[in-house]
Design a protein. Structure first.
Length: 259
């Protein structure tokens, strides 16, 4: 998806959250974050940091692996390094957000679900865009409970739309989802052992003409990429009459009239 190097809203919010959480000044929080980004050449977005993450996975696999019984715990165990990596992401480009907003068919109110939300850069940008267009937006963010959800609760105070948080449980239970106009599940399905269970739940929650934003390309087999081949999910969406849009990263749910 398109990225831009304009001012990063999420990092600004993070520094204010860090100041609040640790009881330090904004100046000190800014300095600490800058120090962290400079600790490894290339910062949190660089290849050196990616190699550092891989080393952490190997180093601590003695305590937690990415097996079926450990996966959620692995995400909690490595939550800080993932948090920093996600903060390195640029905000979605305004062009991409506009293109996505133009595909939304609702005109009065819109429910957006971001499942496995991370820091929810795309869904929050879309919610801001639709709100500015006069649409009443309800954003639902779902993920396992880590400090990222605490940050998102804090960041929600900046926004003019409604935000609610769903904490996913360690037993793999898929929480009930509201009927939705948009479901975002990017960088998620390859990280779970039962992607078909999730895609079926998304399908049932998505309204007619609703949008599913996901990434179904083959992924490299590596730590936490436990379902790198999502061909079955692609086949299911085709069988359910989803129309691929915008480089096949967005799918519209279509209902074929019965004869």
């Amino acid at each position: 998806m398109g990225r831009t190097n304009t001012e990063n809203i999420t990092r600004q919010q993070f520094i204010r959250w860090l100041s609040h959480e640790r009881g330090i000044t904004l100046q000190k929080a800014t300095a600490l974050y800058r120090q962290s980004t400079q600790a490894i050449r290339g910062g949190h977005a660089g290849s050196k940091y990616r190699e550092f993450c891989k080393q952490c996975y190997k180093l601590f696999e003695v305590f937690v692996s990415d097996g079926p019984n450990d996966l959620d715990e692995a995400y909690r165990f490595h939550q800080e390094i993932h948090f920093l990596r996600m903060l390195s992401y640029s905000e979605p480009s305004s062009l991409h957000v506009t293109d996505l907003a133009n595909l939304v068919t609702c005109t009065d109110s819109c429910t957006i679900v971001d499942f496995g939300c991370g820091l929810a850069q795309l869904s929050r940008a879309l919610a801001r865009k639709l709100s500015k267009q006069g649409i009443k937006v309800k954003l639902v963010l779902a993920d396992i409970p880590t400090p990222r959800l605490k940050f998102l609760r804090f960041a929600a105070h900046d926004e003019k739309y409604s935000t609610s948080i769903i904490e996913c449980t360690a037993d793999g239970h898929v929480p009930a989802l509201p009927q939705s106009n948009v479901i975002v599940a990017t960088e998620f399905l390859e990280h779970v052992y039962n992607p078909m269970d999730y895609i079926l739940r998304f399908h049932r929650a998505l309204k007619h003409k609703g949008l599913l934003v996901t990434n179904l390309r083959p992924h490299q087999k590596e730590f936490m990429h436990v379902s790198p081949n999502l061909a079955k999910v692609s086949a299911a969406l085709k069988n359910w009459n989803y129309t691929p849009l915008i480089r096949h990263e967005i799918f519209r749910k279509e209902i074929v009239a019965k004869r």
